[in-house]
Design a protein. Structure first.
Length: 557
């Protein structure tokens, strides 16, 4: 909810700084600082610019027996609901939630009015928003109540008992940037009034996935994962990780072996077949034995059925697997693409989805053609088993790294959308007419700088120090890389220039012919990027111990 007092609290100090002696407006002046009357800002309020291209989502769910109603959770945009199979989406969390990052959604099979939402996306990129626990609705998303697990950090999955909407389990991954004792599997028997930790491995190993045997809900499977994000690397995997099983509704647990990889194990996805509860599927990150595993006797013995590389690339970011509820031989795997096997997990065909980087899938037990899938472009509904999907231009959940504006009147607003393109939109919104937005070069991660003399000339960045100059009037696109190097797959210590994922680009407010770009040094150009020169020393600590290949001990990031 918008808070004008908070906005005033941000703007007034900023305006005072700019107007003060030494600030940009008062530089070199002995005049007293200007005083801004806070009442002048009281009328300010936020409004939508009506850019509705979907953003990253790692959680989705549907209502059994209702082919029109589904939910998805955005990585930064809360919970959304459709009642027309994805033609339109409505936000149902903005007035209730105090966190926008969603990691899990579960609709109670026995009562579609009861919905559990775990905050904190559990697909940990370098930019991760922490959650604040679990919310519950008992009126199909009209109102919500926070029901605890405040220190859960990231929640990977919630499972609800098939006949008791008050009995639920949560896979708590924990604080992604450091150990915390709240990691593990939690159970509530009273709709979230009380939670008990029923599986705990260590303060570094949390639960990332859960699967419940709907035929015998006393059987529960948990995937435990040792993970920690650091600014310079990702730790994924240890000997503490693995698949655990409970046969008494979570009271006791046993770590499964019987053919599963030994040694350090990283991220795991696990799924039990509703068509045959003895059949389990798992996808595991492991140094030599990673791949798709299947058990046909409730987890006692496992066999590897596939180690196909496209199914398990970047496993710490994906490793999602889903048993088809109507066919024991059909299984889905999500990665950069969506894949389906109908022969017991041996061979896979790709199912085209509207966007790449796929993270969650819900398949209706009532009709396995009805599904909702979430990815880095939002959520999509299919009523024909993935042959076609609803669109993503109807969900304003784009993650925008930062904003800049030009000097036109009315001005335009520019930003880079995560896992998509840069965009420019009108500052006055689009008024329900044809979308008036366009890309301005660069890519998903870049800073943007607009020439103050000519808004058609835009500089935009991308990862690895890539930078482009675009002239929209002449349709000229020109890469203006500071130095030709490939950043992907390299150790930073081996690079001439170490650019951040978001490398700043600035045009001087004093002299618009001066263009700046930054790696560990500041780069300067006065001919629109034809030539660059270094104008600073190394401004970082240059700590070589933080410049190795990212990702350990199993997979490089």
């Amino acid at each position: 909810m918008f808070d004008r007092r908070r906005l005033v609290g941000y703007l007034v100090p900023a305006l005072l700084f700019w107007a003060a002696p030494g600030g940009l407006l008062g530089a070199g002046s002995d005049e007293p600082a200007a005083v801004i009357d806070p009442q002048l800002l009281e009328g300010l309020k936020f409004r939508s610019l009506e850019f509705s291209r979907g953003g990253r989502s790692t959680a989705a769910a549907g209502v059994i027996g209702d082919p029109l109603t589904y939910y998805f959770g955005a990585s930064g945009g809360g919970v959304w609901k459709t009642t027309d199979a994805g033609i339109t989406w409505k936000n149902v969390s903005d007035e209730h939630f105090k966190a926008g990052s969603i990691g899990a959604i579960a609709v109670a099979p026995s009562d579609p009015n009861v919905i559990y939402v775990g905050t904190g996306s559990a697909c940990p990129r370098g930019n991760v928003s922490a959650g604040i626990g679990v919310y519950r609705s008992t009126d199909a998303g009209e109102t919500w109540q926070h029901i605890g697990l405040q220190e859960a950090g990231q929640i990977g999955r919630i499972q609800v008992h098939p006949r008791d909407p008050d009995l639920a389990y949560a896979a708590v991954l924990g604080h992604i940037f450091g150990p915390n004792p709240e990691r593990g599997v939690y159970r509530t028997k009273d709709g979230g009034q009380n939670w008990e930790k029923v599986l705990f491995v260590s303060d570094q190993t949390g639960a990332v996935d859960l699967s419940l045997d709907t035929g015998n809900p006393r059987n529960l499977y948990a995937a435990m994962w040792t993970v920690e994000r650091k600014p310079w690397t990702l730790i994924s995997g240890s000997e503490e990780g693995g698949i655990y099983k409970s046969s008494d509704s979570g009271d006791t647990w046993k770590k499964l072996e019987g053919g599963l990889p030994k040694g350090p194990v990283g991220r795991i996805g696990v799924s039990v077949s509703a068509a045959n509860p003895d059949r389990l599927w798992a996808i595991l990150e492991a140094e030599k034995e990673g791949g798709i595993y299947r058990s046909d006797n409730g987890g006692k013995r496992w066999q590897k059925v596939s180690e196909e590389a496209r199914l398990r690339q970047r496993p710490w970011y994906y490793n999602h697997i889903y048993a088809d509820p109507g066919d024991e031989n059909t299984v889905y795997v999500l990665n950069t693409g969506m894949y389906k096997s109908t022969d017991g997990g041996k061979n896979y065909e790709r199912i085209r989805t509207p966007h790449g980087d796929n993270h969650d899938l819900w398949i209706s037990p009532a009709d396995n053609r009805h599904m909702v899938e979430s990815n880095d472009g939002g959520a999509n509904v299919s009523l024909n088993g993935g042959q076609s999907w609803s669109g993503q231009r109807n969900q304003p959940t784009a993650e925008i790294y930062r904003l800049t504006v030009d000097n036109q009147y009315p001005y335009r607003v520019y930003g880079a959308q995560q896992d998509n393109s840069t965009i420019s939109v009108p500052s006055r919104g689009q008024g329900g007419v044809v979308e008036d937005w366009f890309s301005v070069g660069g890519c998903e991660s870049g800073h943007i700088a607009v020439d103050p003399r000519d808004p058609d000339i835009v500089y935009a960045g991308c990862y690895g120090g890539a930078i482009s100059r675009v002239n929209r009037k002449t349709r000229e696109y020109r890469p203006i890389l500071v130095y030709p190097q490939l950043q992907l797959g390299q150790a930073p210590r081996d690079l001439k220039y170490r650019f951040q994922w978001n490398a700043p680009i600035r045009i001087s407010p004093h002299d618009p012919t001066r263009l700046y770009h930054t790696s560990q040094v500041v780069h300067f150009s006065q001919d629109e990027g034809h030539d660059w020169q270094e104008i600073s020393p190394d401004l970082t600590r240059n700590d070589k111990s933080k410049q190795d290949y990212a990702g350990q001990p199993i997979t490089h990031d």
